[in-house]
Write a protein that binds this ligand. Sequence first.
Ligand SMILES: [Zn+2]
Length: 396
Amino acid sequence: MKAKRICPICESKEVDFLHAQKFELPEDHPLTAGYDVVSCSACGFVYADTEATQADYDRFYARYSKYEDAKTGTGGIENPFDWKRQQETARYIAETLNDRTLSVLDVGCANGGMLKALKELGFENLCGIDPSPVCVENTRRVGADAHQGSLFQPFKENAYDCVILSHTLEHVQDVRGAMNWIAKRLKPNGVVYVETPDAKRYLDFLYAPLQDFNTEHINHFSLTSLRNLIERGDFIFIEGASKDLPLNDKMDYPAVYGFWKLAKNTKTYFSKDDVLRQKINEYIARSKEMIQRIDRQIEDLISSNTPLIVWCAGQLTLKLLAETSLGRADIVAFVDNNPINHQKNLHGKPILPPAKISQLDEPILIATLLHHQSIAKQIRDMGLTNEIILLQGSLT
Ligand SMILES: [Zn+2]
């Protein structure tokens, strides 16, 4: 079939349909409530065939950044697992660069965690860019220079020895434009460090169904597809591999990463990724089994007329509202820890901060399979005695 969004890596229009992903979005949300996940027939890349433009995403990240909240977001220092992840990555980058005087630009710097980790390793010439003004403030607070901006706005040219693009490229609609923008920021012989989730291994870290197909992650890279993208521009490959990152004390998630050097590139061919599509198809099939299991559980709650408080207005809830009987459940309110979600309505109900539900005695459905244990503990630590219902999505 023909894609609405041409392959962001090789610009082929011909794609194979893999999955239709739907979401029910909070009111006034600027992105589209679903897209097809497709694989490029020419290069094998897997991506969201979304009609949202880069300008739509820029608006979204400037106004709705979940990363602003230092406690629940990533890219800061308050979440110990995320901080450890960034320290480890910073050590690897420092070892590879092997010169603390080099200038480093972190694009999509969130709350400045990576820059802080590099500062602690002796780097002084550090700068961050983020579309969210709150993230810019937080990054300045860790002692790095920071500016509000994005990959598609004017910024210093020929200025940096190293650009870091860590867990950013999977969010970007125009990935080739992003790499061209980075090439302009680098000094001659500068290097780029790129890290994204490893889509080839989503299946091995499947905790929540289709967790990697969300409103924000619209590109699903393997190291092969990352190389196909970056080496189309003026970059040559230095090294790259796959690794596991800690999500919490029990769960990891997979990432691919690598270093590329700015240099005239003569490579003109693609290495077609034949494995990615097959792995993603297995991931979709397993996820659908999990969703069916959850759907049966929610059907039982509906048939017993149980009104519910739904704790978490995150990506899984947006999917379950669109794709399961949760959309028909008697939902009294949603609760979420992230302040960015408060004062919004979802499914016609308010999203409340935890402190606002002390008067409600309905059972609480914890609608996440990633953070359910810490939320269950939080509910009891708050002194709430509501019945707690956990999703039965796990296949184990
Ligand atoms: Zn392609």
